[in-house]
Structure formats: structure tokens, C-alpha cells
Design a protein around this ligand. Structure first.
Ligand SMILES: *[C@@H]1O[C@H](CO)[C@@H](O)[C@H](O)[C@H]1NC(C)=O
Ligand SMILES: *[C@@H]1O[C@H](CO)[C@@H](O)[C@H](O)[C@H]1NC(C)=O
Length: 413
């Protein structure tokens, strides 16, 4: 927030912009200034009807009255200013991290301390100091953050992957950097690409720290319906063999892109099978996933695919109009207010290029209202519907509604 990246030498440094306030806050300030001034103007010019009856009063009474009014106005202004400051905090959702608090970890202070630019103010950007970037919501989890930053510099990092993920899920993203050595795991037996795509991954080459399961066998019936198992079940048939009309096949979707699909993003991509199938078609897919109760990121990497460890609350670290394809299923259901999904869909739209495809794959609609809202929302983006299938699946006696679609982004003017 309020930071921009500049390339300096061989690294990227982060700078704080001089203007931190959003336009909403600016609007509030203007509103407040206007109202307090109008109030003052009103108080000075308004002549109450009762005044005529008191017109025999000596002039100094008027002056007393005016000074009373002025102090009233001053109090009012002071009160509005306090209220405004609070509103500003509420809107932005953060207050700066108070590094002077007694139990703040030393390493956190070091990481977040501002550094003046060695050559003074940068004439192009007006920036005077460098600040490290850390999620603004980290301030809400200061105890956990301090625990995370409590390590011996140059020593081993604590075994705390689940703590890191907990922080991320509480909005503390990005996490602060640390100066400790993360545990290394010997990755013996990695297969060369493309054999790696469908080879079992050994239990020994991933970290099981923080998970209740300690091997893939244990995960088999627990997470993502057997997505770690290529020998049994449906995983090795996904995207090449349909179970119903909601399952589209990779070849069909690629044909809709008329040969222009080369790079894409898979949101909530489980063990990376979508990326694996796409890799076989020479399409490069980045798979976004956290490590929710299973070592998804390491598993995807072991397959020779690109894992992206990032929550869906974070702006995608990709530039506008770069992807040919975005694939997502029910992972898109981020919950909360409808605006939350809107922010996410707008971010997906941002990174997708015109002519690119948004493949919505078996999105579970809990009820008709949800389906209607999602449909309306999608229609507002003005995508061309290349495929649109609403299907029902019966499970445990209750039928569930799923939406699958392939949508093509159009050029907006
Ligand atoms: C891979 O793992 C599955 C169980 O997850 C097992 O059934 C299969 O035999 C394994 N394949 C190889 C080649 O080890
Ligand atoms: C992928 O690229 C390789 C190397 O260029 C080529 O031999 C192969 O036919 C391509 N596969 C597909 C499905 O296009």
C-alpha cells in the first residue's frame, strides 16, 4: 500500500510514496473542511429572530456571544478532526506498525526501519526514503508476527511454516523477510521433465512440518479428492476425459483460443494437474495455491511445474493483459461480501489479455441466488460466451448446481 517498486542496481527496492491517502480519504478531508467552514460562516452571519428583542443589549454582550460561538466552533472543529482521523484509519484498515512497543522483535524493527536515500530526494519520484514492504494487516497479528520474527540471525529458521501460513490467511501478506536459513530438504530422485509430470513424489522430498499427515498415503482420501494419487482414481484423467457435460476437455478449450494460448494462470490449482496437462500441450501454466493441510507447492514443483504461494486476497503479481488463459474452479468462492469476489474477478480481468480465455471450471453454486449473482457479474465484463453449461450433480441425495464456462475477453474501448 502506498509503495512502488523501483529498480536500483541489481535489486528491487521499495519506496514509500509521499501521498499515502486514498482519494476516498481526500474526499472526506475536503468534505470535513467544507462543512466546518460552512458551519463557521453560518454561525457568524446568522441573525436569530430572537435578536431583535435583545437589540437593546450593550455591544459587549454581542462580543461575548460571538466568542462563545467561536469556542463552540473550535471544539466542533477539534471533534471533527478527531473523528476524521478515526474514519481515515477505519477506511484504510490499518495504523502503522508501532515499532516502539516493548515486545516487538528486534529483527522486525530492523527489517521495517526506514532508510533515507543515500543521495537525498529522488527528483523524478519525490521519494526520500526506502521502506520495506509488509502486509498492512500484520498489525492485527502483532503477537504472531513477533513470534515469526523471533529467530537468531544467521541461524536456522524456526520450524514454523504453519505459523507463516496462518499469518498470510490473516492478511499479513507479504510477510516480512527474515535473515535465517530455511530448513533445506534433500530433493533426491527428482525426475527430468516431462517424466516428472506424472511420477509419484517421494514422501522424503517434501516438508511435512505443520501438517497432520506425514506422508502422501495419509493424504490420499483427505485432501483434494485424491489429487496426489496418479495411479488410482480420476486425477490422471482430469481435463482429458469428461465425467459430465460440466467437464470441458483441454483440446476443445485450446481450439477455442485458435492456437494463441501459450501462458496461463490456474487459480486454486491443487496438485498442479491442470498445469501438467497443459505442459503436454506446450502451454506454460503458473499454479496458485497455498499449502492448506498438504504440501501442494512442493508437490507441484517436484512435477516440474511452477507453484505460486500466494493467497487470493493478494493482488496477482503479474502485469496487465499478459495471460492467454486463466483457469479457476470453486476456489474462486472467496466468501464474505459480494465485493470480495468482484475485486478478485476484476484482478483476473486485468491480467487476462484481450482475446484470452477465462475458463470457469465446475464452479459450485450453493443456491440459485448465487448462480444469478455470478452470472450478472460475469455479464458485466462483456466477455464472449464461447461455452456456458449449468449442470446438476446429485450427491448424497441432494442435487448441487455447477457452472462451467469458457469466456473470451473482448477489447474494451
Ligand atoms: C504411486 O503411488 C500410488 C499410490 O499413491 C501407488 O498405487 C502406485 O503404485 C505408485 N506408483 C509407483 C510407480 O510407485
Ligand atoms: C511441443 O513442443 C515440442 C518441441 O518443440 C514438439 O516436438 C511437440 O510436438 C509439441 N507438442 C505439442 C502438443 O504441440
Amino acid at each position: 500500500m502506498g509503495s512502488v517498486s523501483l529498480k536500483i542496481g541489481d535489486g528491487t527496492a521499495r519506496f514509500k510514496r509521499s501521498t499515502l491517502c486514498s482519494s476516498a480519504v481526500n474526499g472526506l478531508i475536503i468534505f470535513s473542511v467544507l462543512t466546518t467552514n460552512l458551519f463557521a460562516l453560518y454561525a457568524f452571519t446568522y441573525s436569530p429572530s430572537t435578536r431583535s428583542t435583545h437589540s437593546f443589549l450593550p455591544a459587549h454582550k454581542d462580543i461575548t456571544l460571538i466568542s462563545e460561538q467561536v469556542s463552540l466552533i473550535m471544539r466542533e472543529i477539534e471533534f471533527s478532526q478527531k473523528k476524521l482521523a478515526q474514519m481515515e484509519k477505519d477506511i484504510l484498515g490499518y495504523e502503522s506498525i508501532d515499532l516502539s512497543l516493548p515486545n516487538t522483535a528486534d529483527e522486525l524493527q530492523l527489517f521495517l526501519r526506514r532508510h533515507r536515500l543515500p543521495l537525498g530526494k529522488d527528483s523524478r519520484t519525490g521519494i526520500t526514503e526506502m521502506v520495506a514492504s509488509v502486509g498492512h494487516s500484520c498489525v492485527k497479528s502483532m503477537d504472531m508476527l513477533s513470534q515469526y520474527m523471533n529467530y537468531k540471525p544467521y541461524g536456522q529458521c524456526p520450524d514454523d511454516l504453519s505459523l507463516a501460513q496462518k499469518l498470510i490467511l490473516k492478511g499479513c501478506e507479504p510477510l516480512p523477510r527474515r535473515r535465517c536459513f530455511a530448513k533445506t530438504i534433500s530433493k533426491v530422485g527428482l525426475s527430468p521433465f516431462p517424466h516428472s509430470l506424472w511420477k509419484n513424489v517421494s514422501d522424503k522430498i517434501v516438508s511435512w512440518s505443520g501438517f497432520s499427515c506425514k506422508n502422501f498415503e495419509c493424504l490420499r482420501n483427505k485432501n483434494c479428492a485424491g489429487c496426489f494419487d496418479f495411479a488410482n482414481g480420476y486425477e490422471n484423467q482430469r481435463f482429458v476425459k469428461a465425467r459430465g457435460k460440466n467437464d470441458f476437455l483441454i483440446d476443445d478449450v485450446l481450439a477455442m483460443g485458435s492456437g494463441g494460448i501459450r501462458i496461463g494462470l490456474d487459480i486454486g490449482g491443487g496438485s498442479g494437474t491442470f498445469a501438467a496437462r497443459m505442459a503436454e500441450k506446450n502451454v506454460t501454466i503458473v499454479t496458485q495455491t497455498l499449502n492448506n493441510e498438504a504440501p501442494y507447492n512442493e508437490f507441484i514443483a517436484a512435477r516440474g511445474l511452477f507453484p505460486l504461494f500466494l493467497s487470493l486476497d493478494h493482488t496477482f503479481p503479474f502485469y496487465d493483459n499478459v495471460f492467454d488463459l486463466v483457469h479457476a474452479g470453486s476456489a474462486l468462492d472467496v466468501g464474505g461480501k459480494p465485493e470480495k469476489l468482484e475485486f478478485l474477478l476484476f484482478d483476473i480481468d486485468r491480467i487476462l489479455r484481450a482475446g484470452g480465455l477465462f475458463w470457469l471450471d465446475n464452479f459450485y453454486c450453493a443456491n440459485d441466488e448465487k448462480k444469478r449473482d455470478l452470472t450478472l457479474l460475469i455479464e458485466r465484463f462483456g466477455y464472449k460466451k464461447l461455452k456456458w453449461v449449468v449442470g446438476e450433480k446429485v450427491g448424497l441425495g441432494k442435487s448441487k448446481v455447477y457452472l462451467s464456462a469458457v469466456l473470451q475477453k473482448q477489447i474494451r474501448v
